[in-house]
Design a protein around this ligand. Structure first.
Ligand code: GLU
Ligand code: MG
Length: 467
């Protein structure tokens, strides 16, 4: 579970004592420093570190960092909104001690995600982790709902010895092939060991479709914890790879052509310990509320991709017939619709059933992505949104007339189009609050301008090693 309380100057109740005990224990285990991590609006993890002895001080008073990173682009240039992007001001980063993890592949280091508050002690309105905590807490209060989520992590594994900036696959075996598992056997075993040591409940690890591509998936958690875990997993995969002379890209498209790296999100809504996506009277076991939740997601997909697929490189991945789910359609266990309804395996549907959102990649800030997905689903429930007819097969091959009749449309093909849909979406903007919503718009517009005139190969190269 995640700490749900906002940080306060002086520390959350009990945190300083806990941090003092932890610092002693960590020092005894050879941990010299703590990485304090958050994800900026562009999707880049930004950090500060403190020596282990300073953990109690960080728990009490936070660690300083400028708010300017909220409007950083992935290339480290800065845009502005009316309140963000200025050189003025400072924030305090407070570690969530519940999520503090000793990094198995980085001896001497531990890691913790942070919430950010202003120097005045008020929550920072640009803090995406705080926003997601707020959204989940409000759903519990107003609707008695909680959520379980998982984020699949795909990456391209490259040789560390490749020429600067280039991607040379570290494995050449076939998709899902045994050859590939043997080629990088030591790396994969060390990755599983690191995950185990860090308490990450891995479900599966496998070679994926694209050249040198792999995927790891882990069990569902509450949304904030799962967003934290995805940040931790990216750090861990990268660190294990480095120890093997390998390099990892989580970019949506490591190369301009071919299947990209996804970050599919699985999401389910729960009430009183019961999964709304199972045991209901509607399609595939969904309850009325689950159908409306899925309909809420479906109706907002064009705006949602401004946060779930936020990079100029995301559009290189979002192509039909590449399993990225680029159509406003849903279906049972289908891989080309934007939404895949997972009914689960007979005997454990009450645990497993969920909806998978496909047009999500790992350039996304996971806190923003989950916050907006939950807000969209909740609005569907609140408005009694009706889920249309399901689609089977690849929507790319639906005759045009039938696609029109059924409301099956290709998702926005440019970042500019996606950000326009987001700008027009009052529900998503309100869920994030004006400061964060304006940051999303400014950063996406900045990213679009940064790649104006670039061809696909240059775009892929520009973002290959950024996320
Ligand atoms: N790599 C695909 C994507 O970009 C997903 C493949 C799969 O279905 O797992 O989303
Ligand atoms: Mg996959």
């Amino acid at each position: 579970m995640t700490t749900l309380a906002d940080p306060v100057p002086g520390g959350r109740p009990g945190d300083v004592e806990r941090a003092t005990a932890l610092a002693g224990e960590l020092s005894g285990r050879g941990v010299h420093g703590i990485v304090l991590a958050y994800v900026d609006t562009a999707g880049v993890a930004r950090i500060k570190t403190v020596p282990t002895a300073k953990l109690p001080a960080a728990a009490a008073w936070g660690v300083g960092m400028s708010p300017v990173f909220d409007t950083f682009l992935a290339d480290d240039s800065v845009v502005t909104t009316d309140v963000l992007g200025s050189p003025d001001g400072d924030l305090r980063l407070f570690p969530d001690l519940d999520q503090l993890t000793v990094l198995a592949a980085q001896p001497g280091w531990a890691w913790a995600p942070v919430d950010r508050i202003g120097q005045d002690g008020a929550p920072h309105p640009g803090c995406s982790r705080t926003a997601l905590r707020r959204i989940t807490a409000a759903a519990a209060r107003a609707h008695g709902l909680s959520f379980r989520a998982a984020i699949e992590i795909e990456w391209s594994l490259g040789l560390g010895s490749a020429p600067e900036g280039e991607f040379v696959p570290a494995a050449s075996g076939p998709a899902y092939g045994a050859v590939r598992q043997v080629e990088v056997s030591e790396f994969l075993a060390d990755l599983l060991a690191a995950c185990h040591a860090q308490g990450v409940d891995v479900d599966q690890l496998h070679p994926e479709y694209a050249r040198g591509q792999f995927e790891i998936s882990a069990g569902a958690l509450d949304p904030v914890a799962v967003a934290d875990r995805s940040v931790l997993l990216k750090q861990t995969i990268r660190a294990v790879a480095r120890r093997h002379g390998l390099r990892v890209s989580f970019a949506p498209a490591v190369l301009a052509e071919g299947v990209g790296n996804g970050g599919h999100v699985h999401l389910s809504a729960w009430r009183d310990g019961g999964n709304l996506h199972a045991g209901g009277a509607r399609r595939h076991g969904m309850t009325d509320e689950a159908e409306s939740f899925v309909a809420g997601l479906l109706g907002r997909l064009p705006a949602l991709i401004a946060v779930t697929a936020p990079s100029p490189a995301s559009r290189l991945r979002l192509r039909p017939s590449q399993w990225a789910g680029v159509f406003t359609a849903w279906g049972l266990e289908t891989r080309e619709c934007g939404l895949r309804v997972v009914a689960g395996t007979a005997g454990r549907r009450d645990q497993d059933a969920n909806v998978e959102i496909k047009p999500v990649d790992l350039a996304a800030n996971p806190y923003l992505a989950l916050g907006c997905l939950i807000a969209a689903g909740l609005d569907g429930i609140g408005s009694g949104a009706v889920l249309p007819e399901e689609v089977t097969g690849d929507p790319a091959f639906l005759p045009e007339e039938e696609a029109d009749r059924r409301g099956v449309r290709r998702l926005p093909e440019s970042l500019t189009e996606a950000v326009e849909a987001f700008r027009a979406d009052g529900v998503l903007r309100e869920a994030l609050g004006p400061v964060l919503a304006d940051a999303v718009i400014a950063v996406r517009e900045g990213e679009a301008a940064a790649v104006a005139g670039m061809d696909d190969a240059r775009i892929a190269a520009a973002y290959r090693w950024r996320y």
